[in-house]
Design a protein around this ligand. Sequence first.
Ligand code: ZN
Length: 131
Amino acid sequence: MAGEETSASVELPIHGACHCGAVSFEMKVQPRAAVECNCTICRSLGTVWGHGEAGDISVSAAPGATLSYSRGDKELAFHTCRTCGSTTHWEAVRGDSKGRMAVNLRLAAPGTIEAIGHRHFDGAETWTFLD
Ligand SMILES: [Zn+2]
């Protein structure tokens, strides 16, 4: 219905995996939105994030299977599969956001982003949602 905040529910846990399957994740709680951000890093990675608490998200990967990238204040570590190049998740490793994580919902089943609700966040400037 028009004008109503309708977020369909998705089947939990939400599963996702990189293209080659070396890195996978499971999210036990449905995120409030599937967030596409226009900040420099998110724009480069082409990700759509599902945010949650680290305790609600588990990532399976062999030691060293991901490349970790941090920039600026180094509060967030972005993880990319070393084999296939898919960006799988980030985790807050220090600072106020420690304990927070996000997974790349582009790696979940087709339709997941739409079912959760695809939103656009202006991380580049106003730090507010654009939609
Ligand atoms: Zn991979």
